[in-house]
Design a protein around this ligand. Structure first.
Ligand code: SF4
Ligand code: SF4
Length: 339
């Protein structure tokens, strides 16, 4: 990657062409994944089908058009941090609105009626404790294969709120290594706790209380620490699913690279809310393992040294491929993600 030079090297006509190719790919991907989900799910997975049989096709079409709208809006912008957070929060609001209305009695808004606690740690601990219902881990790993750790910057129903909390402080801060120890301790303790609860025959309702307690602790961390430090403390130091996302995410070929035009000025450090761009990491020309491919740092670099890469594609093309995948998944999640 050669920074701003590499972006300028791509002819504008090629970029415009790529943008429309990305729009078409987003349409096809969103339509394809939702059609597959609709066909394979053992129950009407799309809300429209639940209210008016066969109208699921209209919902699929609308979500695909929404995906195309979104990709054409953000594809030619370097500064997408605001859009990313807004659409991420939008998804979370849709998700929790369905959950709250579902619990209040509108059962059609629930996935199957078999509730689980909407706390990310439960994606790991829940199936171990219950010994069944692996839908969420499978969904999580599938997204990781497609977009790496971007689950934690675009798709998680909880993380958006930590992102919102962290921007209460204008400049992003950093966390010391002690937080990393805490993070990995919680990560290791999560499956161990689930095994122990199962081994000792703890009831489902007691397990739910523990999960809700952990969720409330997470909200307190967002409100009390993320807001003050300007870092997503919940996501980078507490949530065990975040660790899984960071580590498993390395199977994805997408990366954020710091190119040779980097001058070590450190401007990008303040735009990273994931504690991944310390001065040391910049010197090493590689973001820390907590990078979630959010892309917020790209616009902050005055020499254009930061960018997405995948295999040998140029940074602008890599970014388009990444955005196509993540926007399609966002549209799909809007259609099918519920408790
Ligand atoms: S760290 Fe946890 S809460 Fe934060 S985005 Fe990732 S999975 Fe969600
Ligand atoms: S290094 Fe850049 S892309 Fe990675 S988490 Fe930080 S701001 Fe986001």
């Amino acid at each position: 990657m050669s920074g701003r030079g590499s972006s300028a090297a791509v002819h504008p006509a090629r970029v415009a062409q790529s943008k429309w190719a990305a729009a078409l790919a987003t349409f096809l991907l969103t339509t394809g994944i939702l059609s597959l989900a609709r066909w394979k799910a053992p129950f009407p997975i799309l809300l429209a089908d639940r209210f008016l049989p066969l109208s699921g096709w209209i919902q699929i079409l609308l979500l695909a058009i929404y995906g195309v709208f979104l990709i054409t809006k953000i594809a030619d912008r370097r500064d997408t941090a605001g859009i990313r957070l807004r659409i991420w929060l939008f998804f979370s609001i849709v998700f929790f609105t369905q959950f709250i209305l579902g619990v209040a009695g509108f059962e059609k808004l629930l996935m199957t009626g078999r509730l689980h606690v909407p706390v990310p740690a439960v994606v790991i601990a829940g199936p171990i404790f219950r010994g069944e219902r692996f839908f969420m881990p499978i969904l999580f790993v599938s997204t990781i294969v497609l977009v790496g750790p971007a689950w934690c910057s675009h798709l998680c129903y909880i993380g958006a709120w930590d992102g919102l909390a962290s921007i209460a402080r204008r400049r992003g801060g950093s966390l010391s290594s002690g937080w990393t120890w805490l993070r990995f301790t919680i990560f290791a303790a999560t499956p161990v706790t689930a095994v122990l609860l199962r081994f000792f025959g703890v009831s489902g309702s007691s397990a739910v209380i523990i999960a809700v307690g952990f969720g409330v602790l997470g909200l307190a961390v967002m409100a009390g620490l993320s807001t003050r430090r300007g870092v997503m403390v919940h996501c980078t130091a507490i949530c065990p699913l975040g660790v899984a996302s960071n580590l498993l995410g390395k199977v994805s070929p997408f990366r954020i690279r710091i190119g040779p035009s980097c001058t070590d000025c450190g401007l990008c450090t303040a735009s990273c809310r994931y504690n991944a761009l310390s001065a040391q990491r910049i010197t090493k020309r590689r973001p820390g393992y907590t990078c979630t491919l959010c892309g917020d740092c790209i616009a902050s670099c005055e020499t254009g040294a930061l960018g997405y890469t995948i295999f040998r594609a140029s940074p602008p093309v890599s970014r388009l491929i990444f955005l196509t995948l993540v926007v399609s998944l966002h549209a799909v999640f809007l259609g099918v993600a519920r408790i």
